[in-house]
Design a protein around this ligand. Structure first.
Ligand SMILES: [Zn+2]
Length: 198
């Protein structure tokens, strides 16, 4: 269980597989209002879809590694709030203000520590990372990389390798810069590295 106690007088939040539990002091001394968000755990098929997205989409997975995850990233990873239901000891129509503030706090927490977004769906971050590594390894098997020429002529600044000029932007690409231009510094660094190694 992962409990957050930012302010002991206010909201206490606990996240566990399938549930987010929020507690706040009630109107009477010693009394608490406790609300619970029930979250459907991810099925194996959904988890496989998530692993595939992470293995194939470097930018999506990179968002988690860089701890910069947007609401759209969560949606693309399948970590949505669809099917979430709240209940609360206050008996007000749901989601009541307690449930809403617990959800708000949960979203803030995920923004700061996106790896924790998996826990409520019943998934372990380390397990996800391991499976993404395995999926990438499997995808790389049988892929052969042609060797670079032993010595290449120095490249002019405006020269572009044909493979980058012809690179089609993948569906997730949302920058104005063509993907080939964006990859150019990486290409040059890799090439320099390979040549210095010969
Ligand atoms: Zn309530």
């Amino acid at each position: 269980m992962n409990a957050l106690r930012k302010d002991p007088k206010a909201l206490t939040l606990a996240v566990e597989p399938g549930r987010i539990i929020g507690a706040v002091p009630g109107a009477r001394p010693g009394q608490e209002e406790v609300n619970v968000w029930t979250v459907p755990c991810m099925s194996e098929a959904e988890t496989e879809g998530l692993i595939r997205s992470f293995a194939e989409d470097v930018l999506l997975y990179g968002g988690w590694c860089a701890k910069q995850v947007t609401a759209l990233d969560l949606q693309r990873a399948g970590l949505t709030e669809a099917g979430w239901h709240s209940s609360c000891s206050c008996a007000a129509p749901q989601p009541c203000r307690h449930a809403q503030s617990a959800l708000f706090r949960y979203r803030e927490m995920i923004k700061e520590r996106p790896w924790e977004a998996f826990e409520v769906f019943g998934l372990q971050p380390e397990h996800i990372r391991q499976r993404v590594r395995e999926a990438r390894k499997a995808a790389m098997q049988g892929v052969s990389v042609p060797p670079l020429p032993a010595r290449s002529v120095p490249e002019a600044d405006d020269w572009r390798p044909p493979v980058l000029s012809a690179a089609a932007a993948p569906s997730f690409w949302n920058r104005e810069t063509p993907i080939g231009e964006w990859l150019l510094p990486i290409y040059r660094t890799a090439r320099r590295y390979c040549e210095s190694d010969i």
